[in-house]
Design a binder for this molecule. Sequence first.
Ligand SMILES: [Zn+2]
Length: 215
Amino acid sequence: MGNRDCSSPGNCIAGFVSGIKVGIWIAFSHCRKKYYLCKKIQKNMKITLNSVVSVTYKLNSKPEGGEEKFIEEAGKNNPLTFLFGVGGMIAGFEANLNGLALGDTFNFSIRPEDAYGEKHPDNLVDLPIEAFKDEKGEIQRDMLKIGAIIPMQDNEGHHMRGVVVKVGINDVSMDFNHPLAGQHLRFEGEVVALRAATEDELAHGHVHGPGGHHH
Ligand SMILES: [Zn+2]
């Protein structure tokens, strides 16, 4: 137990608890010291490159000059856990979390260029209505409602999801932009866990354990 790695607060808390369980005073007091040490590290620790970060958040989006709309949230029971600084998150999200500590709350907005980009006109496509035939060769009219999201495949086999914008007699206008393209995103939440990444996590480029990969 004396050799426990104190760079990770999780390890120290485990050491402290198991110290109580076995009831060995020496181990207990040793762990308690280490625990306090780690608490200090944990308190002073700030989100930086290679931190494993867990946050709760509520995401709202808003088009330029438009109304804000709720998109999704992650609560305390299912926080978003990720390895900071490896490019897994949108740039504006990490930039705003950089330097925060455990327990810090945040409420920031990101412009489209730092989130999912602007809507690109090339991603607005008119498709012949034949593209929406089912296996029997019948056009799936009930699927073609404005705003419906339809999974599709291009002639090179790429899978993409498009939103139905307009349905004509012979054509359907589809928008293949990311659903949050052109949107300002507002994230409101709290840093609920923070630790340094392990060597394995850094080598794999992702988080292991709760909220991450299990292997
Ligand atoms: Zn892994």
